[in-house]
Design a binder for this molecule. Structure first.
Ligand code: UD1
Ligand code: CA
Length: 467
């Protein structure tokens, strides 16, 4: 049978009561992406066209967080998974020739390959419905898959409605289905809320189809963790761990050195080249990219940042929206704030904060500095403790430091100000006026030495230094 185009319906109207959280369940994040985002990503990956996301509880928040990813179909009040599909009837019916994939918004571990396999089983069997199942040693609260003597799926019974013997069945319903649309629509109105939860169960569609003589197929996951739904914050942490492990595994397979997979977190949109090294307790988030030969960490966090070949980000650094050039060295203990660009081979040392600053090639800010809204040419040296005063309480002002300039330790550069190429600024200066290229600026009071002053004071009875 030829593969049919696939439309996907995602059920996400449930309240998520057991999360004990004011936030909608599907908006909780795992590995930097909301749960629903994971499901939408997988649906995109298989090329299914999203027919809709059923929302109810906190519908506005969910809709806003996923603007443009709808249509969002409101189910208010949510009366069960079957009711959710009934609400979406018109959307589904618009494409009766598409297979309909139905899945929950809270199953972030579901893999693209598994969905493909489920769809392949569905088209190969020509079934009216195909469900994804898993075999669990402790099937807990999941719906149980009931089969007849020939092994054909007859029905799904919810744990709350199951008899003690049905409850011993280890094959469970993951909650992911593919339906033949006309077959689904032919029984959808027959659902009745006569069950322990007083809900319209989508699972009853399976029994209705089987009773009507329609074939129901099943595909089992080999990775039982995959179908895990998130219902509590503990389960959220557990799926986050699995996602993290998978991602790190993928990177290692591709040639990235990950020294301690258990403490390394790499987001789904992060790119790391083969030959890069991630040291323990490293977090790479957002659209970060790390090139070959770069070494990150330990204890580094990079958000939306770009690190070029051979650069190193040493212990305990935070980088957000910045670019680090090839062979540059950052940290330990550096904070690079948005719009900072570090040119090749430049060095930023310990306890340095840079904001919206361009540090030229080979330039150095090695110790205890704050540099903001500044442009530093190549070969600049900024001494320990030197800072820019870029903010006058109302406006931000720029500082410019020319190529090869030397800024003495503990200099205060009061912006707007420019230090010319090759100029020197004496240590401890407060620079309020531009320094021309090649000049020396000294902006401090001259030292006064009073010979014998301390000796005389002690002679008058002042306490002396302890020996
Ligand atoms: C459901 C299945 C169960 C399966 C389990 C897998 C039913 C009746 N049972 O149970 O067989 O083992 O999933 O995790 O379907 N939702 C709506 N509208 C509603 C109710 C739920 O959109 O009115 C959404 C929820 O947001 C959730 C999904 O449907 O994303 C599943 O609902 P949930 O209440 O979690 O179903 P389970 O009791 O887990
Ligand atoms: Ca669930």
């Amino acid at each position: 049978m030829a593969d049919q185009p696939v439309q996907a319906l995602i059920l996400a109207a449930g309240k998520g009561t057991r999360m004990k959280s004011p936030k909608a369940k599907v908006l909780h994040e795992a590995l930097g992406l909301p749960l629903l985002g994971h499901v939408l990503r997988t649906v995109d990956a298989i090329g299914a066209h999203p027919v809709g996301v059923v929302v109810g509880h906190q519908a506005d928040e969910v809709t806003a967080a996923f603007e443009g990813r709808g249509p969002f179909i409101r189910q208010d009040p949510p009366l069960g998974t079957g009711h959710a599909v009934q609400i979406a009837r018109e959307h589904i019916g618009a494409h009766p020739d598409h297979s309909l994939l139905v899945l929950s918004g809270d199953v972030p571990l579901l893999r693209e390959e598994t969905l493909r396999r489920l769809l392949a089983t569905h088209s190969a069997s020509g079934a009216a419905a195909t469900l994804l199942t898993a075999n669990l040693r402790t099937p807990g609260a999941y719906g149980r898959v009931l089969r007849d003597a020939e092994g054909s799926v007859r029905a799904i019974v919810e744990a709350k409605d199951a008899s003690p013997s049905q409850r011993t069945v280890g094959e469970i319903n993951v909650g992911v289905y593919v339906f033949d649309v006309p077959a689904l629509l032919s029984v959808l109105d027959q659902l009745r809320p006569q069950n322990a939860q007083g809900e319209y169960y989508l699972t009853d569609v399976i029994g209705l189809l089987a009773s009507a003589g329609r074939r129901v197929a099943a595909a089992a996951t080999d990775d039982e963790a995959e179908g895990r739904g998130v219902n509590t914050l503990a389960e959220l942490a557990a799926v986050t761990r699995v996602l993290r492990e998978r991602r790190v595994e993928e990177l290692m397979t591709a040639g990235v050195v990950v020294e301690d997979p258990a403490t390394t977190t790499v987001g789904l949109d992060v790119r790391v080249e083969a030959g890069a090294t991630l040291r323990p307790f490293t977090l790479l988030e957002g659209r970060t990219s790390v090139a070959a030969g770069a070494v990150i960490g330990p204890f580094a966090r990079l958000v939306d940042s770009e690190v070029a070949m051979g650069a190193q980000i040493l212990d305990h650094c935070l980088l957000r929206q910045c670019i680090v050039g090839a062979g540059a060295s950052i940290g330990p203990f550096a904070h690079l704030r948005p719009e900072t660009v570090i040119a090749n081979r430049a060095k930023v040392g310990n306890f340095v904060e840079l904001k919206k600053t361009h540090l030229g090639e080979g330039s150095k800010v090695p110790h205890l500095s704050y540099v903001g809204d500044a442009t530093l040419g190549p070969g600049v040296n900024v001494g320990a403790g030197a800072i820019t005063c870029n903010y006058d309480g109302v406006h931000k002002h720029p500082t410019r430091i020319g190529a090869g300039a030397f800024i003495g330790s503990n200099t205060t550069l009061v912006a707007p100000v420019t230090v010319g190429d090759g100029a020197y600024v004496a240590a401890g200066s407060a620079i309020t006026e531009d320094v021309p290229a090649g000049a020396l600026a000294v902006g401090r009071t001259r030292q006064v030495v009073k010979a014998g002053w301390a000796v005389a004071r002690r002679a008058k009875g002042a306490p002396g230094p302890k020996h």
